[in-house]
Design a protein around this ligand. Structure first.
Ligand code: NDP
Length: 302
């Protein structure tokens, strides 16, 4: 068996960002509107701070109006809702993202529900989740959108393929399963209560894994020739014992990459696979939200 082809999410995300940059320039030149993204960070979680900084920098790099609101961990629900209401009413803002997780004591669902669904570029508002499951247009969570782009880049028609989605979060598993269904796959959603997960995974022509368990999916869980998308991002100790003792870590996915790559036909690495697509799709969602707000039809971004 030959080694799987590597799905290069970094290169694809660069292409998508180039398309977003062109669209932003066209919206400015032809309609006098600059897409605006507001990112809200509450508290001082270091990983969230890195994500938020990257989102702001990438939004600026494609020419968007980008604002970041940093609020202390002791922010009250009322203060956060007040900021969301201000951003909802701000005509220069087309996308609002509240970085999750929120500090303890804040009600994430209440905050998500308060975001104007037309500006909900994370696609988490119940209205957008409902529109997705009803097959209606709306804003869809960024990582699943990115995963679908990676799948379609190689194969336009996914009809009839057996797809297994491992994980059922609102952010990833559920919307991804809906998108695969909309693409006419036969979809199984697996989770922590699934019996004989290995056997379920072995049925998949397309296997998408988002569980947050380092290298859980083994090579013999994969059907020969399957396409594997590994969404997981897990920090584990460095292989070098000295570095590990010094607290150095490395990033691994939810799939045992070397073993899986020996069986699959195509696979995303970690890092450099699904990860880079997430922010690129956030920019895409923001530009599309801006165009929709003005009833402008954008040309394709790719
Ligand atoms: P959640 O913790 O919200 O959901 C995890 C899901 O995995 C749950 O549905 C859970 O099942 C299931 N699960 C957990 N353990 C097992 C197991 N042993 N066997 C089967 N299923 C299991 O995580 P997310 O969906 O938000 O994220 C998943 C992973 O993807 C994380 O590593 C995260 O960092 C990464 N991620 C990466 C992104 C990117 O940009 N690349 C974006 C989003 C996430 P149950 O519902 O039964 O508890």
């Amino acid at each position: 068996m030959t080694e799987a082809a590597v799905i290069d999410g970094k290169a694809f995300a660069e292409r998508l960002r180039a398309g977003v940059t062109r669209a932003v320039a066209a919206l400015k030149a032809d309609y006098g509107v600059t897409p605006g993204l507001a990112v809200v960070l509450v508290g001082d979680d270091p990983a969230s701070a890195v994500y938020v900084r990257n989102k702001g920098e990438q939004a600026e790099a494609v020419g968007m109006h980008s604002v970041t609101h940093r609020m202390p961990a002791h922010t009250s629900q009322a203060e956060l809702l007040e900021l969301v209401a201000r951003l909802n009413a701000d005509a220069s803002i087309h996308g609002i993202l509240v970085q999750m997780p929120l500090p303890k004591g804040l009600d994430a669902e209440g905050v998500i529900a308060a975001i104007d669904p037309a500006k909900d570029v994370d696609g988490l508002h119940p209205l957008n989740a409902g529109r997705l499951s009803a097959g209606l247009p709306g804003l869809v969570p960024c990582t699943p959108v990115g995963c679908m782009m990676l799948l379609h880049d190689h194969r336009k028609d996914l009809s009839g393929l057996q797809a297994v989605m491992v994980g059922r979060s609102n952010l990833m598993g559920k919307p991804m399963a809906q998108l695969l269904l909309a693409a006419n796959c036969t979809v199984t959603i697996a989770h922590s209560r699934t019996r004989d997960l290995a056997a379920v995974c072995r049925t998949a022509d397309i296997l998408v894994v988002a569980v947050g368990q380092p290298e859980m999916v083994k090579g013999d869980w994969i059907k020969p020739g399957a396409v594997v998308l590994d969404v997981g991002m897990n920090r584990v100790p460095s292989r070098d014992p000295d570095k590990a003792a010094a607290g150095k870590t490395r990033l691994v996915g939810d799939v045992d990459y070397p073993a899986a790559a020996a069986v699959a036909s195509r696979i995303t690495p970690v890092p450099g696979g699904v990860g880079p697509m997430t922010i690129a799709c956030l920019l895409r969602n923001t530009v599309e939200a801006c165009a929709a707000a003005r009833s402008i039809t954008l040309p394709g971004l790719l």
